[in-house]
Design a protein around this ligand. Structure first.
Ligand SMILES: [Cu+2]
Length: 267
């Protein structure tokens, strides 16, 4: 039970001046954190080049706005205390000497709220993931074998005469399935503006799929610290029309390299 001897729990606490001040701070900080957290962050990621990335950005906005009141509450208490409680002197002020009391009701309310927030994040995340995985099963999909090594990405095109490239070319509006592996340490294949990020592990093939929906040049990076030149392990994906893609494919020399299916069988 709250300790009713302290002024903090007597009467109608919500009418207290400092409670009102903290409530105003809470609202302002929630709006600021929600806005900057969702808008600035998602804008910094660049124009989405796939529906998957649009889903990722949508999800970031929802999660940020769900978390903003919690972060805003903590920040309001901290800032309110720093600004409103100032004291000079050798000893603490008399009002600092009150017992810290436990409120089971407040604890229960907070456990329920945080459980609901976690459950919501889990369900919303799983729904978004489900959508992204649909193109893995698409029969029209093209397949690309992605091989990471310190510190470069290489792309093999199965069904071609051993085409291998260090720039990824993809036709627009067609699903592509990436079969990702590594020759040495763990890497992570990250197609930034398409919202694809998947581990590249030696000896194993991991799969991810996406449908690029915008013509242009986008970034590919390694998202797993993999050694000295990790920061430079990046190259480009060029998304082009189907005919440009076919022209490029035909212009590539036969490297005589194995295709992903053979490497996969050997793995
Ligand atoms: Cu790497």
């Amino acid at each position: 039970m709250p300790d009713t001897n302290t002024p903090y729990f007597t009467g109608q606490w919500w009418k207290r001046k400092d409670v009102k001040r903290h409530a105003v701070l809470w609202v302002i900080l929630t709006a600021l954190i929600g806005y900057f957290g969702s808008e600035i962050q998602t804008r910094a990621m660049g124009t989405p080049a796939s529906e998957a990335m649009e889903n990722v950005i949508h999800l970031i906005r929802i999660f940020t706005w769900a978390a903003a009141p919690v972060a805003g509450f903590v920040a309001a208490i901290a800032i309110g205390a720093l600004m409103g409680k100032r004291h000079h002197g050798d000893f603490p002020p008399p009002e600092a000497e009150h017992n810290i009391s436990n409120s089971p009701r407040t604890n229960a309310v907070w456990i329920v709220i945080s459980a609901l927030l976690c459950l919501f994040a889990l369900v919303a995340g799983l729904i978004a993931l489900q959508k992204d995985n649909a193109s893995l099963l698409d029969a029209k999909a093209i397949h690309v074998n992605v091989v990471g090594q310190q510190w470069a990405w290489n792309y093999d095109y199965p069904g071609t005469a051993g085409v291998r490239s260090n720039v990824l070319h993809l036709p627009v509006d067609r699903p592509v399935v990436f079969h990702v592996t590594s020759k040495d340490v763990k890497h992570s294949f990250w197609v930034v503006q398409m919202g694809i990020k998947i581990d590249a592990n030696p000896g194993v093939f991991t799969e991810s799929a996406v449908t690029p929906n915008k013509i242009g040049t986008f970034d590919i990076r390694c998202a797993e610290l993999c050694g000295l030149l990790h920061a430079y392990m990046q190259n480009k994906v060029i998304v082009e029309s189907q005919s440009d893609y076919e022209t490029w494919l035909a212009s590539q020399p036969d490297t005589g390299k194995t295709t992903w299916t053979e490497e996969k069988a050997a793995a």
